[in-house]
Design a protein around this ligand. Structure first.
Ligand code: AMP
Ligand code: MG
Length: 414
């Protein structure tokens, strides 16, 4: 049997980084930049008001106090968006709104709250130093300064900065196109009536969702029956538009193992037993499309828990790495809340629910039986408890290694 780390290495070696592409900024959300990006313009682009108020020369209202205010005629209204260049004549004020361009000659803004709010003339009851409430051109970023470094993950604030800089396209590592294909003659589509012996296809939507959550552009293909010719034809159809194919089912030791039967000969896909529970039968390699493209293919077992745990253990991290994304599954040590047993020859990944003890340290409760069809417990877990090969029993109260699947606001992740 192959060890988990050895199969992790085999899968990781298959998944390659796609070449960088230029995308419209919004489409690059969630992708990682490949170039340093410098600001093509400064921000702000012009001196503007930080307050609704009155643009003045600070020296002209230096004596203003509540007891002895200063009055100035209001010569202009400057709403945000006014694009003509104005000059403040001595002895006057301009009523100005937040974000509106400062008139030449003005050096401060008196907030409306420190005035009577007048429209023809304004009475000002507070002095301000020069520069107050003025946002200087380039004070956020100067033209030519570095805006984002290569390797930056584009989230909402980064998209905002690029848009503010007037940048429309950005070079990024694109999302890998993952295509998920389930196999099984027993499968039918949710929404159609079940006959005895049939089940709703759940691995396809689940693995597609997992790939999307990992940052990939995943598509769920309609499943195929356990007919080799049908499976092969479907693989050929999808392989020109896929960077990675993930199949589920048809790889274990029974008869009618469609994926194995279709791909075991030819040597491009290797089928192995991995010393792991769940998820022992695994396969990985390449499928060569009719046009000659070599597409990495990873064949996961069909049991729902096995297939998702296999995705977590083998695919998620290298898939993210190929897109420049960091491993976002922290490993922590937690105190086990119940005795567990494990097969000595296998590494076991049990489903768990995280918590915290009185001192704030993480705890984990194993949930559900170890068998691989308990989707309900998988859906209720936020962690995988990782039990090493050679360990047959772990007693409640022991520290265990845990892979954190969900957000953990109340636990300090080290
Ligand atoms: P297999 O690996 O094809 O032998 O399937 C193992 C078990 O997983 C069987 O009980 C299948 O019915 C079930 N299974 C396989 N594929 C799926 C799927 N796409 N959705 C839900 N269950 C599945
Ligand atoms: Mg099957």
């Amino acid at each position: 049997m192959r060890s988990v780390p050895d199969h992790q290495a085999a899968v990781a070696a298959l998944i390659e980084s796609p070449p960088a592409v230029r995308l419209p900024v919004f489409d690059a959300l969630g992708c990682v930049t490949v170039d340093d990006i410098t600001a093509p313009i400064g921000l702000p682009g012009f001196d503007n008001s930080a307050m609704d108020g009155y643009a003045v020369r600070a020296a002209e209202i230096a004596s203003a106090t509540p007891g002895s205010p200063v009055s100035l005629p209001v010569a202009e209204d400057i709403p945000a968006g006014r694009i003509d260049r104005l000059t403040l004549a001595t002895g006057t004020a301009h009523r100005i709104m937040t974000g509106a361009p400062m008139p030449d000659g003005a050096d401060a803004v008196i907030p409306v709250e420190a005035t009577d709010g007048g429209t023809d003339a304004v009475t000002i009851s507070d002095a301000v130093p020069a520069g107050r409430h003025v946002r200087r051109a380039g004070s956020d970023i100067e033209s030519g300064e570095s805006a984002l470094r290569a390797g930056t993950l584009l989230g909402a604030p980064q998209v905002g900065l690029l848009a503010a800089l007037g940048i429309t396209e950005v070079a990024v590592v694109p999302r890998l196109r993952v295509v998920v294909l389930s196999t099984g003659t027993e499968l039918i589509t949710p929404g159609t009536p079940l006959q005895h012996g049939q089940i709703y296809e759940s691995n396809g939507p689940m693995l597609t969702a997992a790939a999307i959550e990992a940052g990939a552009a995943a598509t769920h293909m309609h499943y195929v029956t356990d007919e080799v010719a049908e499976f092969r034809a479907r693989l050929d159809e999808i392989s020109d538009d896929a960077d990675l194919i993930i199949t589920s089912g048809g790889v274990s030791a029974g008869a009618f193992e469609v994926v194995k039967d279709a791909l075991a000969t030819g040597g491009a896909v290797e089928f192995v037993k991995v010393a792991m529970q769940p998820g022992m039968p695994q396969g990985s390699g390449h499928h060569v499309s009719p046009s000659g493209r070599r597409v990495p293919i990873i064949t996961l077992p069909g049991n729902p828990v096995s297939s998702l745990v296999s995705f977590e253990v083998f695919i998620r991290t290298p898939l993210r790495a190929a897109m420049g994304l960091p491993d976002d599954r922290p490993r922590i040590t937690a105190t086990l809340h119940a005795d567990v047993r494990s097969p000595a020859t296998k590494r076991q990944f049990l489903r768990g629910v995280l918590g915290v003890d009185d001192s704030g340290a993480p705890t984990v409760d194993p949930i559900g039986p170890p068998s691989s069809h308990h989707l309900r417990y998988l859906a209720g877990a936020d962690a995988l408890i990782d039990i090493a090969v050679g360990v047959e029993e772990v007693a409640a109260g022991s520290p265990v290694d845990v892979v954190v699947l969900g957000a953990l606001p109340s636990v300090t992740v080290s």
